[in-house]
Design a protein around this ligand. Structure first.
Ligand code: TYD
Length: 139
């Protein structure tokens, strides 16, 4: 079976360079293949923090370190990859049915999530064994 970490990829965002400061754009249908229904961001993560630790049934997402850096470990139940987010010009696009953990937050990091669904706890896998069972059975 083809694993789902393959469609997780780094997206280089178009940057409008200006001596007054750069401007990056994320547009539905261009950099991402979903309409953004929700945005959330995180800040104030202590460096030793581990966040995430869940998967989604339907939700697609683009994760951007708008300031600072962190690592995202992704796992589709078959294989694992680690992505480093360390520039606001770069986003991590993720498909559904991928477990993710975030680690190694640099001090002052601000992470931004652009996601395809409104908040719905029933879309979450919070239990890794349940995720693994469904991911491996092709749910
Ligand atoms: P959670 O998804 O558990 O964060 P982590 O990235 O560490 O897995 O979210 C933390 C809390 O915030 C949890 O109680 C759910 C709540 N939450 C919302 O109410 N709305 C949201 O859009 C998000 C992302 C989280």
């Amino acid at each position: 079976m083809v694993g789902r970490v393959e469609p997780c990829r780094i997206v280089e965002l178009p940057e409008i360079v200006d001596p007054r400061g750069s401007l990056c754009v994320v547009e539905s249908g261009k950099e991402i293949d979903f309409d953004v229904k929700r945005a959330y961001y995180m800040f104030g993560m202590p460096p030793e923090t581990r966040r995430g630790g869940h998967g989604h049934r339907r939700l697609r997402q683009l994760i951007i370190a708008v300031h600072g850096s962190f690592k995202v470990d992704v796992d589709d139940g078959f294989s694992r990859r680690t992505f480093v987010l360390d520039h606001p010009r770069r986003g991590l696009y993720m498909t559904p049915m991928v477990w993710r953990d975030m680690v190694d937050f640099a001090p002052g990091t601000v992470g931004l999530w652009l996601v395809s669904e409104t908040y719905d706890e029933s879309d979450y896998y919070r239990d890794y064994d349940e995720f693994l069972r469904d991911a491996r059975s092709g749910a």
